[in-house]
Design a protein around this ligand. Sequence first.
Ligand code: FES
Length: 80
Amino acid sequence: MKHKRELIFICTGSDCKKSGGKSILKGLKAECKQGPLKGSLKLIKTKCLDMCKSAPVVIVGDQFCKNASIEKVLEKLKKS
Ligand code: FES
């Protein structure tokens, strides 16, 4: 059986970093190492996605997550 890996793009542009992007990245890295999501996520850091007004921005699969937080990202992961 093929292993499904969800792609997560995290903006690490300056605005997103300032408004919490860094802690989201840290939190998601921790999720990748333990718990039910272990090994099922691929985190990709991106440059500015040109949506700074909605910072921090995270893309989960094919969905945008504006004003993201760890909880919001995990919620979207559960739905996808
Ligand atoms: S810094 Fe993240 S969208 Fe611009």
